[in-house]
Write a protein that binds this ligand. Structure first.
Ligand code: GLU
Length: 300
């Protein structure tokens, strides 16, 4: 049953890949060469983490295999896609130089909400880019960049559901969320623990639980729910935001100065992405098809 569900969830992800993603890789810039040469490679101070990554020739990016529209691994081709993936490719280009194939410098590390922090603290990933809300609890364990995406938590139900309209209506209902997410905590807080939580390891798996009647609702960040609603016309989003979710890139805290300045470097890369229109472009490519809006910056 679990295997079947997993296969079905992957099938949903494949549908997303086919419908929402218009290209399998980052859009090449007009000047991109087939591969970055020493001349296009940025220069970093020897003591920086960016320099150590450039020397190794790889950045390990932790993201999720099935978190549309932010990150999806196509099980047939092994190719990654989505907003967070495109964002990671821009970071790779900032470290290794302009290229039409940033994936050759990226080692993708598959994470779930619950394994994000351990994959940094256990040094399995250099950065986590996976719908990762910045909060004080997490900041005690890892560092975050500036906010690169803003959303808030809402609720997804079947279209014919008339009883769940706001978060208070989740009391006594079974609500699916990803284990280890702020979504899980927010549902408990907003209902004084009166909702029954069904905790799974991906949101497509939660959609399947909703479709099969194992859950009355799925609740997480609105943009993730937009991605699920796009996959199933028999669902609808209800209620107002009952949280604010500000995403940052997660980085291991510096030990003995080994990552001094790395978060600043990532923040500068983000400023450049916003100023040169790359942020707006990847929003339009991956988010607009499910949100039906356009944004130029995370603050719009
Ligand atoms: N943004 C929330 C979090 O960081 C929910 C989304 C997710 O689990 O990836 O926990």
């Amino acid at each position: 049953m679990r295997v079947l569900s997993r296969a079905f969830a992957l099938g949903l992800v494949l549908v997303f890949v086919a419908t929402a993603c218009t290209s399998g890789s980052a859009t090449p810039s007009p000047t991109a060469a087939a591969s970055s040469s020493a001349s296009t490679r940025p220069h970093f101070d020897l003591a920086t983490y960016e320099y150590s990554l450039q020397t190794k020739g790889k950045i390990r990016i932790g993201t999720q295999e099935d978190n549309p529209p932010f990150s999806v691994k196509n099980p047939a081709t092994g190719k990654w896609d989505g907003f967070d993936v495109a964002y990671g490719r821009e970071i790779a280009k900032a470290i290794f130089g302009d290229t039409d194939d940033p994936d050759k410098y990226i080692e993708y590390v598959a994470v779930t909400s619950a394994t994000r922090i351990p994959s940094l603290t256990d040094n399995k990933a250099d950065v986590i880019i996976k719908t990762f809300t910045i909060n004080d609890d997490r900041k005690k364990q890892i560092d975050f960049t500036d906010v690169y995406f803003k959303t808030g938590q809402r609720i997804l139900v079947k279209k014919d559901n008339t009883t769940i309209n706001e978060v208070a209506d989740l009391a006594g209902k079974t609500v699916c969320a990803q284990r280890g997410s702020t979504s899980e905590q927010n549902i408990s807080a907003a209902t004084s623990s009166a909702a029954r939580l069904l905790l799974l390891d991906s949101y497509p798996a939660c959609l399947l639980a909703l479709q099969q009647g194992q859950a009355d609702a799925v609740s997480t960040d609105e943009t993730i729910l937009f991605g699920l609603a796009k996959q199933d016309a028999n669902t609808k989003l209800v209620g107002k935001y009952f949280s604010t979710e500000l995403y940052g890139i997660g980085v291991k805290k510096s030990v003995g100065g080994d990552r001094t300045g790395f978060v600043d470097f990532l923040n500068r890369t983000q400023v450049a992405m916003i100023t040169n229109g790359t942020w707006a472009k990847i929003y339009e490519q991956y988010i607009s098809p499910v949100s039906f809006d356009k944004k130029r910056t995370p603050d719009d």
